[in-house]
Design a protein around this ligand. Sequence first.
Ligand SMILES: Nc1ncnc2c1ncn2[C@@H]1O[C@H](COP(=O)(O)OP(=O)(O)OP(=O)(O)O)[C@@H](O)[C@H]1O
Ligand SMILES: [Mg+2]
Length: 360
Amino acid sequence: MSYLKFDKVKKVYNKKVVAVKEFNLDIEQGEFIAFLGPSGCGKTTTLRMIAGLESVTEGDIVLEGKSIIQLEPKDRNISMIFQSYAVWPHMSVYDNVAYALKLKKKSKEEIDEIVQEVAKIADISQYLDRYPSQLSGGQRQRVAVARAIAVKPKLFLMDEPLSNLDAKLRVAMRTDLKRIHQELKSTSIFVTHDQSEALSLADRIVVMNHGVIEQIGTPNEIYHESATMFIAKFIGSPPANFFEVVVKKDDQGLYLEHPSFKYYLDLKVTKTLEKEYLDQSIILSVRPEKITINKKDALFETKAAIIEPQGSHIIISADVNGDDIKIQSEILDMKVGEKINIGFGDIVQFFDKKTERRII
Ligand SMILES: Nc1ncnc2c1ncn2[C@@H]1O[C@H](COP(=O)(O)OP(=O)(O)OP(=O)(O)O)[C@@H](O)[C@H]1O
Ligand SMILES: [Mg+2]
């Protein structure tokens, strides 16, 4: 039995806006799940339905074997933190963290013990006497985290909690959240539209688009075995490159034909392609860092049109038969206009042209 179960959950606002369609998901106790998807895909709506801030139109949400959708938010034992700093400005940090514990009628000693403990975990022990206005954005979000975990919730929900922070702090807070999760193992759902945040934090990622789940998988599965072209484009920075190719066969074996290259396929993948796609167009997808330059496997020649240095590597834009592709390379002294010989290695993905779904 899963810890948290979504059973065909649907949400329709005002009888017309379908925000979430057939949402089915099983979460195990202690998992860190990320809901990832573009703006408006239904992430916040789903989170609010779990917390009880939004009603469920159809379907059920079951926590530890019991339906929770009829329960009042306060009876669900769920903590939620939001994008904006959800701390009370008129209370000290200590009182912010202690507030929910006081409501639970815990003794002063017990409250103090918990506040000190979670303050240590969230690294805010030295700020307990301050007011939120005397803290930085990152410190304030750590207070929100401390307050949320103080009540030992059954579920810890976070809706883009890092998006108000500057880039450097976001990355630092990300590590903090991961450490806190490793210490507490509280079952957590983290909403974001930042793919790198989802990849770095989550045990499993739920990729959403237009109110439906496109894929559920580990960060590696989502990245290397993307279920759809939408995901291959959405994940990765820069995203995957796509080439429209035709599946062909000659006496050397099966290959993919493109106006600029002929790419012979590995035996592993040939069966399905030969059986179902021979002489048809499919989409070949290659990640920027999997493209090789000037190696033995080179398939065609192009030129480095634009070079964007990233410190540890460069991103090259190059033209392939009118399409712009992105290549990640460690050849830091590459010059604009330099001729480059492109190869694909063997880590590629294939998608059906019509359905845009993964073929193998
Ligand atoms: N109270 C509401 N009334 C009507 N429609 C709503 C309401 N709240 C959200 N919606 C709509 O439901 C859809 C999903 O919204 P939701 O806020 O869940 O998206 P999201 O994935 O969290 O997006 P973002 O990344 O921008 O926060 C959107 O089309 C939105 O306009
Ligand atoms: Mg949202």
